[in-house]
Design a protein around this ligand. Structure first.
Ligand SMILES: [Zn+2]
Length: 285
């Protein structure tokens, strides 16, 4: 139980990297192109700026449509809007990744999150935080390789297919994401996580930023992907909203629901009691 309406102050977090010519792309993808068409004073006295850009779907902060690795699943424009946001679940694996860059999020990581914060909520947007955001946009650091042209040398963390299958079987998930370039780890050869996500119509999110500033629970995460007709994904301006103080109140309610009720009664009744006492004194005079 959260009492956001009592203490709420809404915060937002931008969870997207800048798109630019520095954005790293997977080998074989065309480079990001940005062409300035106008950036000048016009003869009619006003300033004018406009540009053209070209981008491969799977670079920068972006969403994978289920069709990406599964024939017949939703292409970008067909993903229902109510699948593009949901309660945020941030799985922190930064410590594990320090000693093993090939780490894959396990079912036990999900159990640990639930032990700390309660059952993963329906329609969840579940994202791995491995600390990878700080490597962007350096391509050799992002792919953790000395040869970005050779994917067999990539070493970055992602999801284990068993954890994804567990979520499919036991919880209701809207989106599964990572702060690395792929939901499958860098050493994947057959991309089982991508295939599973496609099969079960679950969009993937990749290269997510600023996860350290998103509460591990209690936020709403939005992944509004561009409505690209027949796309296999596309750029998304991912962001989160959360109630700063509500997180504390939610925590309090986990410690003791009774304590929260007493707190609310106190906040509402205390001023009321004061007014009555004041009136009684007035009458007594
Ligand atoms: Zn992708």
């Amino acid at each position: 139980m959260c009492l956001a309406f009592v203490w709420g102050e809404m915060k937002t977090v931008d969870m997207s990297h800048d798109l630019s010519i520095a954005t790293p792309f997977w080998v074989g993808m065309p480079r990001f192109n940005f062409t300035i068409l106008n950036r000048n004073n016009t003869s009619r006295g006003f300033w004018l700026e406009n540009n053209a850009f070209q981008i491969a779907e799977h670079g920068g902060t972006h969403l994978d449509a289920p069709a990406h690795y599964y024939k017949g699943s939703w292409r970008t424009q067909l993903i229902p809007m109510d699948s593009l946001f949901g309660p945020g679940v941030v799985i922190n694996v930064t410590d594990k990744v320090l000693t093993n860059p090939d780490y894959r999020v396990k079912t036990s990581d999900l159990s640990q999150w639930e032990a700390n914060y309660g059952r993963i909520p329906p329609n969840a947007v579940i994202i791995m935080n491995s600390g990878w955001q700080y490597k962007f946009p350096n391509k050799t650091r992002v792919f953790n390789t000395t040869d970005p042209e050779d994917p067999s040398t990539y070493h970055f963390p992602g999801w284990h297919e068993e954890a994804v299958q567990w979520l499919v079987d036991n919880r209701q998930v809207n989106i599964i994401g990572v702060d690395t370039p792929s939901t499958d780890y860098g050493q994947a050869t057959h991309f089982p996580v991508h295939v599973l996500l496609g099969k079960y119509q679950i969009p993937g999110l990749e290269n997510v930023a600023n996860l350290d500033n998103v509460p591990k629970h209690g936020a709403i995460i939005y992944a509004p992907v561009v409505k690209l007709h027949d796309g296999s994904g596309g750029p998304a301006r991912v962001f989160a909203t959360y109630d700063d103080d509500a997180a504390v109140v939610c925590f309090a309610s986990r410690v003791s629901l009774g304590v929260s009720y007493v707190l609310v009664l106190f906040v509402f009744l205390f001023p009321y009691v004061l007014v009555i006492r004041f009136k009684q004194r007035e009458r007594a005079r």
